[in-house]
Design a protein around this ligand. Structure first.
Ligand code: GLN
Length: 493
């Protein structure tokens, strides 16, 4: 089977039918990575020894006719802010350049016992702060659909790895859009689970009240499979919850899906939304309508405050979480006369510009005299945003929006203008503030799309660039958004 055609589902079927072994596949992936990653730059480090051992374990089980899980032998890419014992975990920062993880994140432990194969660690914006992966201290990752463009961020390496078939699936983290936005830019499926659905133990924290780990996959069906494997309460993360996800997550019934009401928030279809993105999202809405779901206009009036609110709460938490990095052990140790000077010099050399910007901003909004004016007020606004969703969900079951206001932008286009970079996440940030689940799904052009030609004439090169749509669900209702997604996917096959 060709690597390009592989999904988790097909991999599992092929493995059981003995069409290939896990080891053969692992080797094919490393061969392909060797060629393709020279151009794409998705991986920061590869993990051949462990991957081969993991694949062999699965092959042994298959040979002995022992039962294996859906993830057994599946070649995966892991974002570099997730800890795998014995492997580097740099979070793409110089300050962690020589750090090797001494334990497994809970999601990694779960996937290891399911038999997944970890091919390597993927590039990201430093400490997950950014929307293009250009804030990595080590390398730039290119969008596999157009190498002059960004893959999105911060989990750009994971998205690009799956999109260019250098992994069957990947894990990323999403604090304000870092799974969904790169998924949309790279044309893959990205799920940000409900806050608390997946343990955060072993992720290098960015903003702890917003961070969630989630899957990148080629299909929505795969997203459900991988999500099911990593979810669950964990004694090592007190914010994780024991939620009951039944059979419907993997086997949604069309008769139930059809009954769901879909809200379209007017605040997400405003000026600044690229015409091409708007047109594509419209196609997705029509396709979902054609499945029999009712579509309804709704309003989320506080959406306009989400970005400002996020850019107070997030840096406040970043400044606290990044306090622990003194640069003494893992990379950028400088020469200094005394301890304070050592800290200062190490942090000066170890952090990139965006990290410094956010540490400063966060320290400022938490400082005495400004705390109430900024941080406390932002918390109140966060509540208003959450209440917007609560109200809307009395009326509809899911909410459909664009993922990003624009198509993937050019490398370097926004690096000198942080504000325009921050705007990339305008449609994804409210979801994190409200703790909701949301999935980014690529819009397939063959789904009842407008005729090629006239609509696109004169628009430069954008024809083949991916566009995604976002489905936002009620808390713990990943089954709704993934269910709709799975039937949408069947339409477009
Ligand atoms: N791009 C957003 C930011 O820069 C979101 C990042 C994320 O989700 N980790 O903060």
């Amino acid at each position: 089977m060709h690597l390009h055609d592989l999904t988790i589902k097909k991999f599992h079927d092929g493995l059981l039918k003995k069409e290939f072994s896990a080891l053969e596949m692992t080797q094919s992936f490393f061969d392909w990575i060797e060629k393709r990653d020279k151009e794409v730059g998705a991986y920061l480090s590869l993990n051949k020894d462990l991957a081969v051992r993991q694949a062999e374990e699965t092959d042994l089980k298959i040979a002995k006719n022992m039962p294996v899980s859906m993830m057994a032998g599946v070649p995966m890419a892991i974002k570099d802010n997730l800890l795998i014992e014995g492997l580097p975990a740099t979070a793409a920062s110089k300050i962690l350049k020589d750090y090797t993880a001494s334990y497994d994140a809970t999601v990694i432990k779960k996937l290891k016992s399911a038999g997944a194969v970890f091919l390597g660690k993927t590039n990201m914006d430093e400490f997950a702060m950014g929307s293009s992966t250009e804030n990595s201290a080590f390398q730039k990752t290119k969008n596999p659909h157009d190498l002059t463009r960004v893959p999105g961020g911060s989990s750009g390496g994971s998205a690009a790895a799956v999109a260019s078939h250098m992994a069957v699936a990947a894990l990323g983290s999403d604090t304000g859009g870092s799974i969904r936005q790169p998924a949309a830019f790279c044309g893959v499926v990205g799920l940000k689970p409900t806050y608390g659905a997946v343990s955060r133990f072993g992720v290098i924290a960015m903003a702890s009240s917003l961070d969630q780990i989630g899957p990148f996959t080629k299909t929505v069906e795969d997203s459900a499979i991988l999500f099911k494997e990593i979810l669950g309460q964990d004694g090592l993360d007190s914010t994780s919850v024991n939620a009951d996800y039944g059979e419907e997550l993997l086997n949604p019934k069309l008769e139930n899906i059809k009954k769901l009401k879909v809200g379209i928030p007017e605040e997400y279809f405003v000026e600044g939304l690229d015409k091409e993105v708007a047109e594509k999202v419209d196609e997705a809405i029509k396709a979902i309508q054609s499945l029999g779901l009712e579509i309804k206009k709704i309003s989320l009036p506080n959406t306009k405050y989400a970005l400002s609110c996020y850019y107070i709460i997030m840096p406040a938490e970043v400044s606290s979480n990044l306090e622990r990095f003194d640069g003494i052990r893992y990379g950028t140790r400088q020469k200094a006369e005394n301890l304070l000077e050592l800290y200062k010099k190490n942090r000066e050399a170890g952090f990139g510009a965006e990290s410094k910007r956010r540490i400063l901003l966060g320290t400022f909004v938490l400082s005495s005299g400004y705390y109430d004016a900024y941080y406390a007020k932002a918390q109140k606004v966060r509540r208003l945003i959450k209440e917007d969703f609560d109200r809307a969900f009395k009326d509809v079951d899911v909410i459909l929006t664009p993922v990003t206001p624009t198509l993937p932008f050019k490398i370097g286009e926004k690096t000198s203008d942080p504000l325009s970079m921050y705007l990339s996440d305008i449609f994804t940030i409210p979801v994190n503030l409200a703790g909701l689940p949301a999935v980014s799904i690529p819009i397939k052009s063959n789904v009842k799309g407008p005729a090629e030609g006239e609509a696109r004439q004169g628009r430069q090169m954008s024809k083949d660039l991916p566009v995604g749509f976002q489905l936002i669900g009620k808390p713990w209702r990943e089954a709704d958004i993934l269910g709709i997604g799975q039937y949408y996917e069947k339409l477009s096959r």
